[in-house]
Write a protein that binds this ligand. Sequence first.
Ligand SMILES: Cc1ncc(COP(=O)(O)O)c(C=O)c1O
Length: 352
Amino acid sequence: MWINKELKKREIQGNLRTLKKTSQLIDFASNDYLGLARSDRLKKAILQEWTQGVGSTGSRLLTGNSLYAETVEDKIAQFHGCEAGLLFSCGYLANLGLFSAIGAGNVIVYDTQIHASVHDGMRLGKGKTIPFRHNDLCHLEKRLRSYAPCFVCVESVYSTDGSFAPLQELVILCQHYGAELIVDEAHAVGVFGPQGKGRVYEEGLTVFAQVITFGKALGSQGAIVLGSSELKSYLLNFARSVIYTTSLSFPSLVAVNCGYDLLPQMEEERLQLFKNIALFKQIVKTSSSSPIQPIVIPGNEHVKARAQKLQQIGCDVRPLTSPTVQRGKECLRICVHAFNTEKEIQHCLEHL
Ligand SMILES: Cc1ncc(COP(=O)(O)O)c(C=O)c1O
């Protein structure tokens, strides 16, 4: 009875979630920014590289560790200029493990637009958590004056509206107040920085931890937390989302490994992606310079109706409704890709 009541409530509020089949429409919705997930190049590389079995057979701390997993981990850490890294099954579990593990007994100051996985991790950590207004350095400084030493958590490219965190300024502020900065690079890696190494690398910064996910520009699945060897060891001991779960399967590890091999060779795709973003912004003025372009259409029903209209003319555009975003900030989250053609972008925007 109560399940039905809760679902009905959502339906009335206009935010009932249902599954949709992947469509044959023009992709303006996926996080496959470079087109790696659909590329023959990645598929071929995986098939050549995959010689082991399938399942990892256990958690990393039991039978699920392998030389291959350790090699991939070290290779990724080195690629991003970090001392060490620890693999997780996905970005959600990486943030869950990281923030629950560091949360206990510590204060975490977070940007209000931070991803749901960080919120869930902080909740599990049961430490003190303090928000600061999105990208508002004055507000953050006020928080640091009251709460440092603490952790500060941001996304280098925010997943909902594509805005950039001011990383240089954040590092300076954190250093001044003795705070540790954690940067979720989910939407930056593959796209920004030399060879797609991300925004932290691009800006020449060192931070306490970086969270990198493989399900977006890298075209596969999984995640890694990068930082010091000490942090890796701490997470292996305290991050329950890595301790109590089967580690990544060999096909997943191979896909990640091959994705990283291909990243340096994808300059052409990155160039085309930025050309497409520039074209998009010529037609519609938005605040974002990333592949994620938000068009705010307040109200769940309004934004859903607009997305549906775009789908009817062949464009796969998805709405972000509340409570995923704040009420009144419902938007179309249009993702621009390297493989979108000029004609496709114009067609989509003409009907906006
Ligand atoms: C900023 C951010 N962090 C973490 C995640 C979770 O990553 P994954 O999809 O690998 O679980 C996402 C994906 O939605 C994200 O956008």
